[in-house]
Design a protein around this ligand. Structure first.
Ligand SMILES: Nc1ncnc2c1ncn2[C@@H]1O[C@H](COP(=O)(O)OP(=O)(O)OP(=O)(O)O)[C@@H](O)[C@H]1O
Ligand SMILES: [Mg+2]
Length: 574
């Protein structure tokens, strides 16, 4: 028998349900974190339920008194009813205050945890996700989970208490009445696995389509200018409608399933309610129960069916919460950047002012699921040198810089940083503080120019900032802005030209004051004369620093100590 039961339980826990158990356990972590408040909330719920039962029983005695059946304790009964009513209002008020507090805290806590995880996740792995999808998980899924932390377990307990309480009172006054609702139990058990699996698969589909809509909107807004310029407004508007149609179709499919399921369950509920009513009426007619007991039964049967419906409604919310938890867990279990600090790294950082030599040794690299980008390549760059990486588009210049930054992982012992004492470290996330980097794309944030620059050096004074801006010939236009360095720029540097943003980005890299500077097409939007002035200024202040410039511009090359051409997976010095 036990073996059979074990088999049945294992079968029920298979597939999606097994997943739900794991995801449910993850949510439980947060319930535990706020256990004191959650327990208080549950106790309030139970108190509220107990008061409503007491009120029901008191009503029975009041009706028995009014119908002349039992006249004792009438005052006590009336006082009890009033007290229970007021108490129930107070507990509801308390509960909603506590639930608001916990909801907000859990929501923000999980959001911060997911955000931190995204920030420290392996960059290549993260690239498989669209930003809209990440946003959707960070907001929608987190909100579903945080609601479940307080909504689910406490509701389950209070509803169960309500259900068991109503059931017990019915048994106390007439046990035959309690047998009727039990008839539905076998039907529910048989249906549960099938319904749960179906519900879970609908939920997964729904969340994925919702991410698709969010990703589409996010990508459209990020590229609004291109969409307008390419005359694609109609195309994108129609595409949005198509994505929305997909969302509506999936929602309606799920809705159809929910409507059928709940109609079927309601039907069972109704049959049971009528059976109870009929049985109660028969017992009243036979004189076995009083009129007050019949009223009590009616009240309790409504409480029984409402708690049963609430328990049923917890199933879809559990499925939805576990689906969202699964999507969040997926992000939190992404591989993380490993930041290994050892004595060599400490020495490298401590003595960084003496300069750092970069060496790429016999590097062969490919992205995950792709062909080789670089095969057995070698380069080096010493302090005081400016090295150029040239070559056709798509050959691996940015890839090489990303390897040095430790954003993507090369094979061991292929990307090396060395100081004047010969101390060696492999390029990784841990060596990133040694770099200043200006990427190919715009990286300004919404805020003032000074705020943008201070991100990398919070202690920088206004003079330091102006100095950095002067080096990159940016102060020429910044000084003409009404508020100078305190002028506000928009998202991605909106309000400034591409060349102006590039000069600000280089100024920020200079303000970081690191021993290595990586410029990836960072001056591509500048006129040749400004570009030359910027680079000469950088060289003047970066005397003991190592500088690598990826460029397509011949004008830059004459300023460099060495030029490497990246082409056909090879790097050759020219
Ligand atoms: N995240 C990625 N996953 C897979 N392949 C990638 C990824 N990023 C770049 N690649 C591939 O690596 C190759 C080199 O890209 P990379 O950006 O390094 O070229 P690049 O030399 O900097 O080109 P450009 O001069 O146009 O900036 C390209 O063929 C590109 O398709
Ligand atoms: Mg590039």
């Amino acid at each position: 028998m036990i073996v059979f039961l074990h088999k049945v339980i294992n079968k029920i826990k298979d597939g999606y349900i097994k997943e739900m158990f794991i995801e449910g356990k993850w949510i439980l972590k947060y319930v535990k974190l706020y256990r004191k408040s959650v327990i208080f909330y549950i106790l309030l719920g139970i108190l509220g339920t107990a008061m409503s039962f007491a009120s029901s029983v008191a009503s029975k005695y009041l009706i028995d008194a009014i119908t002349g059946y039992d006249l004792s304790n009438t005052t006590f009964i009336v006082v009890t009813i009033i007290f229970m009513g007021v108490g129930s209002i107070a507990t509801t008020a308390f509960s909603s205050r506590i639930s608001a507090k916990i909801n907000l805290r859990v929501d923000k806590e999980i959001q911060c945890m997911v955000y931190d995880n995204i920030m420290t996740s392996d960059w290549e792995e993260l690239n498989y996700y669209r930003t809209g999808d990440l946003l959707n998980r960070l907001t929608g899924d987190v909100s579903t989970v945080s609601t479940a932390v307080l909504g689910w377990i406490p509701n389950l307990i209070t509803r169960l208490v309500q259900f068991i309480g109503a059931f017990s009172i019915i048994i106390y006054y007439d046990y035959t009445m309690a047998v009727i609702p039990l008839i539905s139990a076998p039907i529910s058990i048989i249906l549960s696995k099938h319904l749960l699996n179906k519900m879970k698969s609908y939920n997964v589909k729904m969340r994925n389509v919702s991410s698709e809509v969010m990703a589409f909107n996010d990508e459209s807004f990020q590229n609004l200018l291109s969409i307008k310029a390419l005359g694609l407004c109609d195309y994108f508007t129609n595409k949005l409608r198509a994505v929305q149609c997909k969302y509506i179709d999936t929602s309606l499919e799920y809705n159809k399933f929910s409507v059928y399921t709940s109609a079927f369950m309601s039907l069972i509920g109704m049959v049971i309610a009528y059976m109870c009513f009929g049985w109660g009426a028969y017992r009243l007619w036979s004189g076995i129960i009083t009129f007050g007991t019949m009223i009590l039964f009616l009240q309790l049967s409504s409480s029984l069916s409402s708690s049963f419906n609430s328990l049923l409604s917890l199933i879809p919310s559990a499925v939805s919460a576990t689906t969202s938890a699964g999507r969040i867990m997926e992000l939190t279990t992404l591989p993380h950047e490993t930041i290994k600090t050892d004595s060599a790294l400490h020495k490298l950082i401590k003595k960084q002012s003496h300069g750092i030599t970069i060496e790429i040794r016999n590097l062969t690299f490919k992205y995950k699921n792709s062909r080789n980008i670089l095969v057995n390549v070698n380069i080096y760059a010493k302090p005081g040198e400016v090295i150029a990486l040239v070559g056709p588009s798509g050959q691996g210049k940015t890839t090489l810089l990303s390897i040095l930054l430790g954003v993507i992982k090369p094979p061991p012992a292929t990307a090396i940083l060395k100081n004047y004492q010969g101390i060696i470290c492999e390029a990784s996330a841990a060596t990133r503080p040694l770099f200043s980097y200006v990427p190919q794309s715009n990286t300004m944030f919404c805020g003032t120019i000074a705020e943008n620059l201070r991100l990398v050096n919070p202690a920088a004074t206004d003079d330091d900032i102006i100095n950095a801006l002067n080096i990159t010939c940016a102060y020429e236009f910044v000084s003409k802005l009404p508020k100078g360095i305190h002028s506000i720029i928009g998202e991605k540097g909106c309000g400034l030209s591409v060349g102006q943003n590039q000069r600000l980005a280089i100024a920020r890299a200079i303000l970081k004051d690191s021993p290595i500077l990586l410029l990836d097409e960072a001056t591509s939007a500048l006129d040749v004369e400004t570009e030359e002035r910027v680079l000469r200024n950088i060289m003047a202040v970066y005397q003991n620093r190592t500088c690598i410039v990826a460029t397509h511009r011949p004008s830059v090359l004459k300023l460099c100590n060495r030029i490497y051409k990246v082409e056909n997976k090879c790097i050759t010095q020219i």
